[in-house]
Design a protein around this ligand. Structure first.
Ligand SMILES: *Cc1c(COP(=O)(O)O)cnc(C)c1O
Length: 392
């Protein structure tokens, strides 16, 4: 179906941060398939894990024990500081599991119409519940009636959240959880204030809400920590992970700790494919590689290099209104719509993304070299400068 506005290029193979198209043109990939290929393309450890597992066993279903799923569960909960995990196949499915956990949390508290606080400008997926949670009318339009049980507040606004808490005290609809991204990705790389997550945690503790973080884009080392919440001193109750978890093999996970980890029981949730041996073998290889190659720290260092380089290269460029970053999640905001930049960059052999109309979003692999990072800086600076002249 005609679901995507695709760019007129098709890739045939990749290696590290590089892709080759069907005409053998070479591109530096600063997009990583929407933050999915955190280890770059065709990483040998992931390739070997997939090939070996494909030759042994791909799928048996969750009717049986799956040793690789247990091993991945142990490693992932350790890295995420959580107790338990449910495996699905995508980010939206991970968030669906989180939403169901929130509703069970409400039931346990005797709340008949449980409601989840979500943020403006957020992105949580394309299923009916997750597009309802998403704070973007364009993604919802045409799909009404939306799912009940969500209330929206501005992002990075604790006072608005507190107001909802106060007002809901006399309403039938009880608040049961907060679901936010620790950094808004699709919304334009928006980084909340340093005290935001701690403030959300405090409200959740005060009112017995679950603190649920969508780490689908921010997780797996992207921001310079295993998970973005680890930049703070607080621990959420639920986090969702997907994108980079399988480096391109579809897998998503909803992790939880404490009582939130005990709410789903046999019969209350499930997935046919979720956590199958093939996907788990790929994800285990991803975690092992991130550890062996020390890519979490590397992402932090590369993020600083890119930020400093972009700040320097674009320092005189008047149409740049802000450069925001958390590790290797980087947004360069312009004062005007700039979607055309993805094409001028591609023509120079550089793949970038533009989101929220005016924000160049860079999500390069975590294992690029300094030289590759510098090529990204040069390429972005060049297309922004050309754009300034052509658009003057
Ligand atoms: C990509 C993304 C999703 C949706 O993931 P899918 O795998 O496309 O379902 C949800 N939340 C965030 C923050 C994302 O970046």
């Amino acid at each position: 179906m005609n679901t995507y506005g695709r760019q007129p290029v098709t890739f045939e193979r990749g290696a590290g941060a590089w892709l080759w198209d069907t005409h053998n043109n070479k591109y530096l990939d600063a997009f990583s398939g929407v933050a999915v290929c955190g280890l770059g393309h065709a990483h040998p450890a992931v390739t070997a894990a997939i090939c070996q597992q494909a030759g042994r066993l791909v799928h048996t279903s969750n009717h049986f024990g799956i040793a690789l799923q247990e091993e991945l569960g142990a490693q992932l909960t350790r890295a995420a500081g959580m107790d338990k995990v449910f495996f699905g196949n995508s980010g939206a499915e991970a968030n669906e599991a989180a939403i169901k956990i929130a509703r069970l949390h409400g039931q346990r508290r005797g709340i008949a119409t449980p409601t989840i606080i979500v943020a403006e400008n957020s992105f949580h997926g394309r299923t009916l519940a997750t597009l309802t949670a998403t704070g973007n009318r364009k993604i919802q339009a045409g799909f009404e009636p939306l799912v009940q049980g969500f209330v929206r507040v501005p992002y990075n606004d604790l006072e608005a959240m507190r107001t909802v808490a106060r007002n809901s005290a006399n309403l039938a609809q009880g608040i049961v959880a907060v679901l936010v991204e620790p950094v808004q990705g699709e919304g334009g790389v928006h980084i909340p204030g340093d005290d935001y997550l701690a403030g959300v945690r405090a409200l959740c503790d005060e009112f017995d809400w679950l603190m649920m973080l969508d780490e689908i884009q921010t997780g797996m080392g992207r921001t310079g920590r295993w998970f973005a919440y680890q930049h703070t001193n607080v621990i959420p109750d639920v986090i969702t992970v997907a994108k980079a978890l399988g480096n391109g093999v579809p897998i998503g996970a909803c992790l939880a700790r404490g009582t939130a980890a005990e709410l789903l029981q046999p019969g209350s949730h499930g997935s046919t494919f979720g956590g199958n041996p093939l996907a788990c073998a790929a994800a285990l290889a991803v975690i092992t590689t991130i550890e062996q190659e020390k890519l979490v720290a590397r992402a932090a260092a590369l993020g600083e290099r890119l930020l400093a380089g972009l700040n320097h290269a674009l320092r005189d460029c008047k149409l740049v209104t802000a450069i925001r970053s958390k590790g290797l999640m980087i947004g360069v905001e312009l004062d005007r719509p700039c979607a055309a930049l993805i094409h001028t960059a591609r023509a120079r052999g550089l793949l970038i993304n533009v989101t929220a109309e005016r924000v160049i979003r860079l999500l390069p692999p975590l294992n690029i070299s300094d030289a590759e990072a510098d090529l990204i800086i040069e390429g972005v600076a060049a297309v922004v400068r050309d754009f300034a002249h052509s658009d003057a």
